[in-house]
Design a protein around this ligand. Structure first.
Ligand SMILES: *[C@@H]1O[C@H](CO)[C@@H](O)[C@H](O)[C@H]1NC(C)=O
Length: 252
């Protein structure tokens, strides 16, 4: 794996269970899914190996997380689309440019958004489709049921999934997520999703992947505590807060 290695960031005001593990996101407690149900799901691969999830925005741009690229900046990034499997099937595209949000912080994970531009345009089909972006200012409200998907770990510290997994997670707004992580940790550019009692979550290997409500991309899997543990909901980049930046890249 060329992802950032495990780095524990602990906030001393909280107990150990609230130490965050940036980059550690997988689907836990979900179900196997077909790429035809999630045709916007992409796998961002470093040297041919799955590293992060991504979402197809246009035939040339895949949205993912900025933290997927920090430190171990890869010389060989490819994107697999159109396959329910992370290591085979579908089609693999070369990347010719990576755009990292200029205000991304690898300390706070604020503005955890990046785009990869493909060398050649995607061929769309039943298993390869784009997902709609929300308009700027769309409120990602509490209780909306969001669909997360990816090939990440099936349980904390467990193996990544070979087959695509999906899970439904209720949105927890930034304000209501502060009870879990504190107001200095969850920024205006983030929201949470999951259950206070745990059980369902994203995890390592799901980073960069989509969180979709009613066909609209609202979140990018970013960070969290121990996967699927109580009081450790996943934290997602708020896509409506990033729409202006994303539009500026894909329409340039
Ligand atoms: C980055 O932050 C600065 C200062 O808050 C702001 O003016 C700028 O618009 C931000 N950049 C983007 C792309 O959002």
């Amino acid at each position: 794996m060329h992802m950032k290695s495990v780095i524990f960031v602990c906030y001393p005001l909280f107990n150990v269970a609230l130490c965050t593990i940036p980059g550690h996101y997988r689907i836990v407690g979900g179900h196997e899914a077909s790429i035809n149900e999630y045709p916007y799901q992409a796998s961002i691969q470093f040297f041919g190996r799955h590293a992060c999830g991504g979402s197809i925005l246009t035939d040339r741009f895949i949205l993912t997380a900025a933290h997927c690229f920090e430190e171990d900046y890869p010389s060989k990034v490819t994107v697999r689309v159109g396959s329910s499997r992370r290591n085979s099937g579908g089609a693999v595209y070369d990347v010719d440019k990576i755009y990292i949000h200029p205000n991304f912080s690898d300390v706070t994970y604020d503005c955890d958004v990046a785009l990869t531009r493909l060398k050649k345009p995607l061929v769309f089909g039943p298993s390869v489709k784009n997902v709609a972006l929300p308009s700027k200012g769309t409120i990602v409200a509490d209780g909306l049921v969001a669909k997360a998907s990816g090939w990440g770990q099936l349980f904390d510290e467990g193996p990544m999934s070979e087959m695509l997994q999906a899970v439904e997670l209720p949105v927890i707004s930034k304000d209501n997520c502060e009870i879990f992580y504190g107001h200095t940790v969850v920024s205006d550019n983030m929201f949470c999703a999951g259950y206070s009692f745990g059980g369902k979550d994203t995890c390592l290997g799901d980073s960069g992947g989509p969180l979709v409500v009613s066909g609209i991309l609202v979140g990018i899997t970013s960070w969290g505590g121990v996967c699927a543990a109580p009081r450790n909901p996943g934290v997602y980049t708020n896509v409506p807060a990033m729409t202006k930046y994303i539009q500026s890249i894909i329409s340039a």
